[in-house]
Structures are given as C-alpha cells and as structure tokens.
Ligand binder design. Structure first.
Ligand code: PBG
Length: 334
C-alpha cells in the first residue's frame, strides 16, 4: 500500500517551513528608487506614495548611508531638472541634477551602486520620453505626424546623456524610454568614450501602464498631451516581450527589466526561461500606492502584503526588484 501523502508535515513548524522554502527574499535583492531635485534641505513628501520624498542633494549622503546599512546594494536615481525644454537638454549637462546626485552619493558611500534612469520625460517641456515632432521645434520634420516621437534623434541625445552620467560615476545606465535601438546606441557611445565597464540595465519590456500614475507626480513628468502608447508596450502582448528582450540582448544589454511587476508575472517568468541574463522587475508607483491605500483603510496588513508581493515577484523569476518598499522591506527582513 502506498503511504498517504500529507503535505502538511512540511508546514508543521516555522523551522520546517523555513527548511523547505523554495524562494527567499533578502535586502540584497532590492533596489531603492530616489527622486532628486534642486534646493537645500528639501524633503518633499510625495502625496500618493507614503514614505517617499523628493530630496535635495544635501539629503542624499544620509539617505545613502541608511540604505547601505540595511544591506541594499543599489539605488536608482530620477532627477527633476531646474528647467525643461523641447529636447530635455539638462539631462546631458555635466553639472545637471543627476551628476551632482551621483557625486554626493559616491562621496558618502563609495560602494553603493548607483543606477541612472535614462529617460527624457522628466526633462522635456512636453513630458514625453524623447524628441517630439512639433512644428517650430528643432527637429521638426513636416512629412512625419505631429506628436510622433522622433526615434533616431532621440537616440543621439540618450547616448550623449548616458556618457555624461557614466563619467559622473553611474555604475549602470538604465534606459527606460522604449526607444528602438536605445541599448545599442548607448553601448556604442559608452565604449567609444572608454566606459566599457559601465553596465546597461535595459527597461527591455515596459508596458504602457496605468500603474505609473503616482510616479508622474513624484517625477513631475506627466505627458502634456497624448499618452505613451506609441512607444511603450501594449499590456495585451507577451510574445512581443520576448522580441523586445531579444533585441536588447543583441544590442548588448547586461540586465533585462520587466515593468510593472505584479500584473506581468507571466512575462517575468517567460523572460527567465528565455534568457540567462539577470532579470529585474520594477514594482511601480501604482503597485506601491495600492498596497498603502488598502492598508491605510485597514483592509490589508501593510507588512505582510508588501512582503508577499515581493516574494511573488521573485518566485515568478525576478533576480532583483526595484521597489519603493526597499527600505521598509529590508528593515522588516532584518
Ligand atoms: C521614465 C520612467 C517612468 C517610470 C520609471 N521610469 C514613468 C513613465 O514611463 O511614465 C515609472 C516608475 C513608477 O511608476 O514607479 N520613463
């Protein structure tokens, strides 16, 4: 007679559950996003993202030390410029907000990894992720549709700004605009400048998502017209995610990202199977805001729900998670 299977034997105590656990979460898996702006002594709370702030440069050393002391290996930076224009020129200024932020962080904690989110939406006056075909603007091409994102002129700007951020000390460049050819253009520019050691974390699979809402308040980057559907992916598509990832791998991406995370766990798991590259998942602002909002209403437990969301993302196949819960989670896990 076959002995009866009783899976509950392996759930009897905390220790046996720990022994048989298939997926683990550690502070080493987490990347903390930071929003940086001009000013002094600035710590602006972001209304829709409890516990998150826009910080001025002088706040970064203490922030970096706290993050590093929790065992979190990396931060990703989003800059809010002094001045926005049609081409987002401040993104490529050697004394711009991001190079200054990198300086401050590296001076305080040299081995904390700094990732630069490489996009133009915070820097352009129209809030799109690159140069837009607008009558009167520098790159206007009459034969192309009004409002069209001009792909290749944007590549040149991305390449230029990436070199500036890498020279300032960014360890990884993370292009997030879903511009065709962005990884190749950045790789080429970095190599030509002797920056062959700077890695590229590509937002390879980024969907046109409703879950970015709170971020656009935090980064002051909502599009002034239209939406991002002409460059970000349609949420209905999974095979296209494999295509996007393969293109970025061919262009030299070192790490691949899927974004958002929770609504796209199947995509994370497909990429995990298809590529040996490290896979990052971005638990975005709306995912964070939802969990906080429900917890604030007393409908779910904040800590348990946050940690469950993170372990689910890892179980799907992510090696690392960009999350606004990074500090809290590291603290809870300690
Ligand atoms: C910039 C960028 C966005 C996010 C990360 N990089 C905004 C967007 O695409 O609109 C969203 C992050 C979040 O919602 O937490 N392109």
């Amino acid at each position: 007679m076959i002995a009866q299977q009783r899976p509950r034997r392996l759930r009897l105590s905390a220790q046996i559950r720990r022994l048989t656990r298939e997926t683990t979460l550690s502070p080493a898996d987490l990347i903390a996003p930071l929003f940086v702006r001009y000013g002094h002594g600035v710590r602006n709370p972001i209304r829709s993202m409890p516990g998150q702030f826009q910080l001025s440069i002088d706040q970064l050393p203490a922030e970096a030390r706290t993050i590093a002391s929790l065992g979190i290996p990396a931060v990703i930076l989003f800059g809010i410029p002094e001045h926005k224009d049609a081409c987002g020129t401040e993104n490529a200024r050697p004394d711009g907000i991001i190079p200054q932020a990198i300086d401050a962080i590296k001076a305080a904690v040299p081995d904390l990894l700094v990732i630069s989110d490489m996009c133009f939406c915070e820097y352009t006056d129209h809030g799109h992720c690159g140069i837009i075909n607008r009558e009167g603007d520098p790159h206007y091409q009459a034969h192309l549709p009004e409002g069209y994102l001009l792909n290749d002129p944007t590549l040149a700007l991305l390449a230029e700004a990436s070199v500036i951020h890498a020279r300032a000390g960014a360890d990884l460049i993370a292009p997030s605009g879903m511009i065709d050819g962005m990884v190749g253009a950045i790789r080429q520019a970095l190599d030509a400048d002797g920056l062959q050691h700077t890695a590229i974390m590509s937002y390879a699979v980024k969907y046109a998502s409703a879950f970015y809402g709170p971020f656009r308040e935090a980064a002051e980057s909502p599009p002034a017209f239209g939406d991002r559907a002409q460059y970000q992916m349609d949420p209905s598509n999974r095979r296209e995610a494999l295509k996007e990832a393969a293109l970025d791998v061919a262009q030299g991406a070192d790490l691949l990202m899927v974004k958002p995370a929770m609504p796209y766990l199947d995509v994370i798991s497909e990429l995990r199977r298809a590529h040996p590259h490290p896979i990052a998942a971005y638990q975005v602002s709306g995912e964070y805001a939802m969990i906080h909002a429900a917890a604030a209403n007393g409908w779910i437990d904040l800590q348990r729900a946050a940690l469950e969301s993170l372990i689910g993302i890892k179980r799907a196949g992510a090696d690392m998670i960009l999350t606004y819960f990074a500090r809290d989670a590291a603290h809870w896990l300690a």
